[in-house]
Design a protein around this ligand. Structure first.
Ligand code: TRP
Length: 334
């Protein structure tokens, strides 16, 4: 029997290259070999976007379209919307007794997010809500509601999986062996740098190329990408290793082109403008297939609705079986 994997995504914006190389691409490879649940985590998105419900609602469909566009097959992947599975919310309440506030505050992912919020909004932590602090508990419910065995995630999510494992162990030790302890699945992915050279490509950093960016937008972004600052004149030799244009060439351009670019850049026989123009072309080629697939769904939005509806129905059945076991174990099965 195929093992169950579960992963999720907060619907707060479209997918960019960072998501694609950092996760999406590996999910496409996993879909053949596993029983794959993919959660559109709208409830989790609301923990820090509760004042912008329109944004979350719009992005449920946007992000589903992006995921289908990168090649996830709805016949192999069970897409579902978190908010439509009330059993997840129930489990969250039950699990919240099994984790201390201090432990949540020490969770490295939560800690980093709180620090980032303080930096962005300059508050002293007063505005961190109960819901936001508790989202790792809700994520543990996401995973265990489906008996998730493997959770394919980036390394930034490891503390959340660890938190889930602790909750599972605590649950099993008190109420009897009921839940499976999930294991993180770290596939070979690449963390993508931003156009500005920042170590991370991110929406809030304003340095991302989105899968849906049109050719004009891609042109503008690439023309503005950071190159070797020591290269002033067109024929100055330069260091491709500190150039974002070369960095993206390595991701999307044909292999032989890439080694030529490197040599020419080091020799000084290649100007940055030409190099950027070539990258624009290769980037557009690279994204072409993804955009074509997406267009099918853009033209037929009812397809996306059906995929989400059917997937959510199937997921709900599984969650209902699971909550039955949990309530029995907790002696609240009236
Ligand atoms: N926390 C994840 C993120 O921010 C999204 C997520 C929600 C998730 N539920 C999950 C990931 C369950 C793995 C498993 O991207």
């Amino acid at each position: 029997m195929k093992k169950t994997i579960l992963t999720g995504l907060r619907p707060t914006g479209n997918l960019h290259l960072g998501h694609y190389f950092g996760a999406g691409q590996s999910w496409v490879k996993l879909q053949d070999d596993y029983n794959f649940y993919l959660e559109i985590a709208d409830v989790q998105a609301l923990t820090d976007n509760f004042n912008d419900p329109e944004k979350v609602r719009k992005n449920v469909k946007e992000i589903t379209a992006d995921l289908l566009a990168i090649g996830l097959d709805p016949n192999k992947v069970n897409f579902f919307i978190q908010s439509q599975i009330p059993e997840i919310a129930e489990l969250t309440v039950f699990y919240s007794n099994l984790v201390t506030v201090a432990r949540l505050q020490r969770n490295p992912t939560v800690k980093a997010e709180i620090a980032q919020k303080k930096e962005l909004f300059g508050n002293d932590g007063e505005s961190i809500t109960y819901g936001f602090l508790g989202y790792p508990v809700s994520q543990a419910a996401d995973i265990t509601a489906f008996d998730g065995e493997l959770v394919p995630v980036g390394d930034d999510q490891l503390p959340l999986i660890e938190q889930c494992r602790e909750i599972v162990r605590k649950f099993n030790s008190i109420y009897g062996n009921t839940l499976k302890e999930p294991v993180p699945y770290l596939s070979k992915t690449t963390r993508i740098k931003g156009l500005d050279g920042n170590d991370k490509m991110g929406k809030s950093l304003g340095n991302a190329i989105y899968l849906i960016d049109d050719e004009e937008t891609i042109k503008k972004k690439i023309m503005g990408a950071i190159t070797d600052p020591n290269k002033i004149k067109k024929d100055d030799p330069a260091n491709p290793d500190i150039c974002m244009v070369y960095y993206y060439h390595k991701l999307v351009s044909p292999k032989d082109t890439v080694s030529n670019i490197c040599k020419e850049c080091q020799k000084g026989s290649r100007g940055c403008v030409l190099c950027k123009k070539e990258l624009i072309e290769h980037m557009n080629n690279y994204l072409k297939e993804i955009k074509e697939r997406r267009k099918k769904y853009e033209d037929n939005p009812e397809l996306i609705e059906k995929i989400l509806k059917d997937g959510t129905e199937k997921a709900r059945k599984k969650a209902q079986e699971q909550i039955k076991k949990v309530k029995q174990a907790m002696k609240i099965d009236y």
